[in-house]
Design a protein around this ligand. Sequence first.
Ligand SMILES: CC(C)(COP(=O)(O)OP(=O)(O)OC[C@H]1O[C@@H](n2cnc3c(N)ncnc32)[C@H](O)[C@@H]1OP(=O)(O)O)[C@@H](O)C(=O)NCCC(=O)NCCS
Length: 144
Amino acid sequence: MLIRRARKEDYAAFAAIEAEHPGYPAWGEKGFEAEENNRNSVTLAAECDGRAAGFINFWILRPQVQLNTLAVSKAFLRRGAAGALIGKLLEYAAKNLCREVDLEVNEHNAPALALYQRHGFELVGRRPKFYNNADDALLLRKKI
Ligand SMILES: CC(C)(COP(=O)(O)OP(=O)(O)OC[C@H]1O[C@@H](n2cnc3c(N)ncnc32)[C@H](O)[C@@H]1OP(=O)(O)O)[C@@H](O)C(=O)NCCC(=O)NCCS
C-alpha cells in the first residue's frame, strides 16, 4: 500500500469510490479539483496494485487539522488503507506543529466510528440532525 499525494488523474477514481458508498457525502471530481486552489488542503491517495484504493483530504489549520473526507474502495476494505491514510495525516500534523485532529462522522457509521476509535479519536460534541436533517453528526478529536 503506497500513500502519495493525489494527482488530477486520480479524481475520476475517487469519484467512483464515493459512488460505491451511497449516502456518503460525495465531492465528485470537481470537488477534489477545487481543493487544488486551497493552500491549506492536502489530498492523498492510497495506491494498491497500481490502482487508487482510497483517498483522504484534510486542511492544515495550525494548530488544528480538519479531516474532511476519507473513503476506501469496497475491493480494498479491511486491508489497512484507511489506517495508512490516517497515519500519513498524523505525520503531516506533526510536521506542521498541529496539536489536534478534528472530524465529523455520521452517528450511524459504525465502520468509521470503529476506525477512529482505534486511532485514538474521542467524542467531543454532536450536531443534531446534521445529515439530511435526520442523522446526527458526532464531532471527534484526536489530541497529538
Ligand atoms: C470507514 C472506512 C474508511 C474504513 O476503511 P478500511 O480501509 O476498510 O479501514 P482499515 O482497513 O484501515 O481498518 C482499520 C480498523 O478500523 C476498524 N474497522 C474498519 N472497518 C470496520 C468495519 N466494517 N467494522 C468494524 N470495524 C471496522 C477495525 O478496527 C479495523 O481494524 P481490523 O481490520 O484490524 O479489525 C471504509 O469503510 C469506508 O470507506 N467507508 C465509507 C466512507 C466513510 O464512511 N468514510 C468515513 C468518513 S467520516
